[in-house]
Each structure stands twice: as structure tokens, then as C-alpha cells.
Design a protein around this ligand. Structure first.
Ligand code: ZN
Length: 298
């Protein structure tokens, strides 16, 4: 894969015949998504889609956590990592306009683009996938979760409705969607399976091999059949209004951002940002303590 050397935030691997694997490779920052990572992900998915030898793509992550969400301190701008993809424009306009354009490009734009890519995709998730982290899970076709996986979207604390790719009601059902948003609490791997969001729950040590076996099995199928099946299921969701619902929720999301801009002169409620960062720090500290204890026992 000639482009592999140009990736810094991810790795592009070919672990088996017919299978590509894209790994988030920033465990040092819990795979928080900066713009560079999202553009690299988009480019890597393009490579996989354009390579006829690749039939299935796995999306995974290094380290104990899949992704902690948007990198809130990322100050890079659209255009820093190559030309914009979605043709939105206006990224540097003042007011809510530039902010909305940025999120149309790299969040809702990328997620919808990835969701509609023709080859089967499988997310393999361990540890936490928080808020924007779900945008690297939900656009993909299948989800294999390690036993310790947790899925959450606590961004009501920021003063918005949820993260930008608003498919919560499709993923976990409308009642659980409301509960996960209202409380900010995480859905466990097992609960995710019971809700139909997660395909398989496996021990952490087996996550990589199990997902690869599943990908190998799918890779034996004829690619055109796979493409048609994926299109057919996606179109069933589209017939229910999925695209329109996502974009309607995105409008509400930007009402939330705009309201914070008026109240706090920034796009999110700062007390919410503090709350979420504090909780994340506490969770990481307790996770480290638990791992230390487990290592001591071992
Ligand atoms: Zn936003």
C-alpha cells in the first residue's frame, strides 16, 4: 500500500487476503479525533474502496480505548490536510456559518459518505467510544465489541442535542436513545448487543482475531452481491427517512452551538466542557488503577 507512509494518525494494514484494516494509531491521546485523523481516515477508506483486491474493511483502534471523541484542542483548519472533500465551502466565515460548514464537511459529511461506501465495513471496538468516537463506529456496517466496550454521548452537557451524526434512534431504539442522551450514561457492549447495535461481544483478547475471521468469511462472497446487499439495507433505512432525520437533527445541533455562542461567546457551554473533561480524567484514573491492580494480581 504505497500511501501507507503518508499516514500519521492511523495505520493502513492488509491482515488477510481481501481484507484491509484501518487502525486509529493515537493511543497516546485516546484516539481523540483531530482533523488530520479524519482526513487520513477518509483517504484510507478511499484507498480500500478503489483497490479491487480489498473486499472488506475493518476499522479498529490502538490502546485501551477506541476513541474519546473530538480533539477539543485541535486548532487546525479545513484545508490544512488536503482539499475539502464535501464541497461545502465557507469554512472560515465568521459567526455560526464557518462552524456549521466545518461540521458539514468533516462530521456529518464524512459520516454519511463513509456509511454509503460500497464495500462491507466492520468496526471493532474496545474500551470507550465517546460522543464523536461514535462517528467512527456508527457509519460502518457491523460492530464487534470487546467485553469492556462502552458507547456514550454525554454532550447534552455542552448544550447540544447529541453528536453531529444523529442516528441514535436507529442505532439503539428511540427510548434508549433518549435515555443515553438525557443521562449521558454509557451503553455496555452486552446491552448494545441486546439493543441490536452490536453484532458480537467477545473477550478483549479475542477482539482482533474474531473480527478478522468475520471479515475473512465475508471476503469469500462475491463483491457485487455484497455491494447490492449493503445498498439494499441502506436504502431500507433511507426509505424510513434516515437522511432527512440526520439533517434535521444537525440543524438543532447548530441551534445549540449558536445559543452557546450568544450566551458564552463560544460554541459550547463551558461548564459542560469542564464536567465532561473531569469525568474523563476520573474514568481514566480509575481504569489505570484497575489495570495496575489486575497486573499486580497477575
Ligand atoms: Zn458540533
Amino acid at each position: 500500500m504505497s500511501e501507507a507512509s503518508v499516514f500519521e494518525q492511523i495505520r493502513y494494514e492488509e491482515p488477510a487476503e481481501g481484507v484491509a484494516r484501518i487502525m486509529l494509531a493515537r493511543a497516546d491521546i485516546r484516539n481523540a479525533q483531530n482533523k488530520q485523523m479524519l482526513y487520513e481516515m477518509d483517504r484510507a477508506l478511499n484507498v480500500a474502496m478503489h483497490d479491487d483486491a480489498v473486499k472488506v474493511v475493518i476499522i479498529g483502534a490502538d490502546g485501551p480505548h477506541f476513541s474519546s471523541g473530538h480533539h477539543l484542542k485541535d486548532r487546525s483548519r479545513i484545508g490544512d490536510y488536503g482539499p475539502p472533500i464535501m464541497g461545502v465551502g465557507g469554512y472560515r466565515r465568521p459567526g455560526q456559518e464557518g462552524h456549521m460548514a466545518m461540521e458539514q464537511e468533516i462530521f456529518i459529511g464524512f459520516c454519511w459518505r463513509w456509511r454509503n461506501m460500497p464495500k462491507p465495513t466492520i468496526a471493532q471496538v474496545q474500551g470507550k467510544a465517546i460522543a464523536g468516537g461514535l462517528m467512527l463506529v456508527w457509519p460502518f456496517d457491523l460492530i464487534v465489541a470487546a467485553e469492556d466496550a462502552q458507547f456514550s454521548d454525554p454532550v447534552i452537557a455542552f448544550g447540544v442535542n447529541g453528536h453531529e451524526y444523529f442516528v441514535h434512534a436507529w442505532e439503539v431504539g428511540h427510548r434508549k436513545a433518549k435515555e443515553m442522551l438525557f443521562t449521558g450514561d454509557a451503553i455496555s457492549a452486552q446491552e448494545g448487543k441486546e439493543l441490536g447495535m452490536v453484532n458480537h461481544v467477545v473477550p478483549n483478547a479475542e477482539l482482533t482475531d474474531f473480527t478478522l475471521d468475520l471479515a475473512r468469511k465475508i471476503a469469500k462472497q462475491p463483491p457485487f452481491g455484497l455491494k447490492l446487499a449493503k445498498l439494499a439495507v441502506n436504502q431500507s433505512l433511507d426509505a424510513q427517512g434516515m437522511y432527512n432525520a440526520i439533517h434535521s437533527a444537525f440543524g438543532l445541533h447548530h441551534l445549540g452551538h449558536a445559543n452557546s455562542r450568544i450566551l458564552y461567546e463560544m460554541g459550547v457551554d463551558p461548564t459542560g466542557a469542564e464536567k465532561i473533561e473531569k469525568e474523563a480524567r476520573e474514568q481514566i484514573a480509575s481504569g489505570k488503577a484497575a489495570r495496575k491492580e489486575a497486573a499486580g494480581k497477575g
